[in-house]
Design a protein around this ligand. Structure first.
Ligand code: IPM
Ligand code: MN
Length: 364
């Protein structure tokens, strides 16, 4: 199969972690007889420096023409403490999501058997956790009307949703639940917010189309609590953009390191795959960042963008093996030897190429 993949390394540790995913994808492609055509695109601070735009039109065209996008991270400390900067790297991310119509962000949280004790939560609380937060990504307060008034002394951001926006996200949530444990949780703040009441009403109307799915409605503050108390009680959660941003960061540490969780953004045009973590500028260029979230994002890419399940499973198996054998970067090494980012990538690619294949350590 011919795989046309747009490669957007972005900023900070982005290029390093994406570089390891490329090694693994190329190794998998070689093994299964696929041909990968990588096309590089500029994004983030790197793109501002080069062309003055964090998501230039040329990059958008590369993404539109590709079958899938593999993305690293966006962000640079130069902009973090400068609220008046006219262009910011993050604007590139939002523009990319909007222009590619990436309305659904799929962020799974699962545990790795060999890492259970790395989690900040107790083993008995997190064992068996396997949930997906489906975050709405192109609406809500991120894209609503905003501004200042009263001579700049008052600021406002508005959260707006249409019924259709809620419906298309919820439909994906119901479909995902049908393929999993058939449980869907609609996360909102319907006791206060009108937009949340529209979410709840819309999801309630859709229940009849998915009679097998057991739907619960929970307030976001309660979900924030239950995610650390009983994460294993959830299956698929759907929620609006800002709630999803916050809850997915919370959920991402359950597995033991933020450097582990992959994500997919899907919608109208090409789907995009990226690690959940950010650009981690303190580690940039040091060859110490954990590449596993990006490598696992590449597994999602094989499965979701191309329907290549066996390839995805092989990637997950070699990642599990690296964790079990301690071929890990410093965030997971504890008192053992810490491997470099590039060493972990080389090791994973070499494992992929082993002729006898890998016996997968089960994910749970
Ligand atoms: C994320 C990030 C972005 C977001 C930032 C960088 C704009 O935190 O992908 O979760 O808030 O969506
Ligand atoms: Mn975030």
């Amino acid at each position: 199969m011919e795989l046309n993949i747009a490669l957007l390394p972005g900023d900070g540790i982005g290029p390093e972690v994406v570089g390891q995913a490329v090694k693994v994808v190329d190794a998998v492609a070689e093994k299964f007889g696929h041909r990968v055509n990588w096309t590089f695109g500029l994004t983030g601070a790197a793109a501002i420096d080069a062309v003055g735009d964090p998501y230039p039109e040329s990059t958008h065209e590369i993404c539109l023409a590709a079958d899938a996008v593999l993305f690293g991270a966006i962000g640079h400390p130069r902009y973090d403490n400068d609220p008046k900067a006219p262009v910011r790297p993050e604007q590139g991310l939002l523009k990319m999501r909007k222009q590619l119509g990436l309305f659904a962000n799929v962020r799974p949280t699962f545990t790795f058997p060999s890492l259970i004790d790395n989690s900040p939560l107790k083993r008995e609380r997190i064992e068996g956790t396997d949930l997906i937060i489906l975050r709405e990504l192109t609406g809500g307060i991120y894209f609503g009307e905003r501004g200042r008034k009263d001579n700049g002394e008052t600021a406002f951001d508005t959260c707006t949703y249409t019924r259709d926006e809620v419906k298309r996200l919820a439909k994906l949530g119901f479909e995902m639940a049908m393929n999993r444990r058939k449980k869907l949780c609609c996360v909102d703040k319907a006791n206060v917010l009108e937009s949340s009441r529209l979410w709840r009403e819309t999801v309630q109307d859709m229940e009849k189309d998915f009679p097998e799915v057991e739907v619960s409605y929970e307030f976001v503050d309660a979900v924030a609590m239950r995610l650390v108390q009983w994460p294993s009680s959830y299956d698929v959660l759907i929620t609006e953009n800002l709630f999803g941003d916050i809850l997915t960061d919370e959920a991402s540490v359950i597995s033991g390191s933020m450097g582990l969780m992959p994500s997919a953004s899907i919608g109208v045009h090409t789907s995009l795959f990226e690690p959940i973590h950010g650009s981690y500028p303190q580690a940039a260029g040091k060859d110490i960042a954990n590449p596993l979230a990006t490598v696992l994002s590449a597994a999602m890419l094989f499965e979701d963008a191309f329907g290549l399940k066996e390839e995805a499973e092989l990637i997950r198996a070699v990642v599990n093996k690296s964790l079990a054998e301690g071929i890990v970067t410093e965030d997971l090494a504890a008192n053992n030897k810490a491997y470099k980012t590039s060493e972990v990538g080389d090791w994973l690619a070499a494992q992929v190429k082993l002729p006898e294949g890998i016996t997968a350590t089960p994910a749970q």
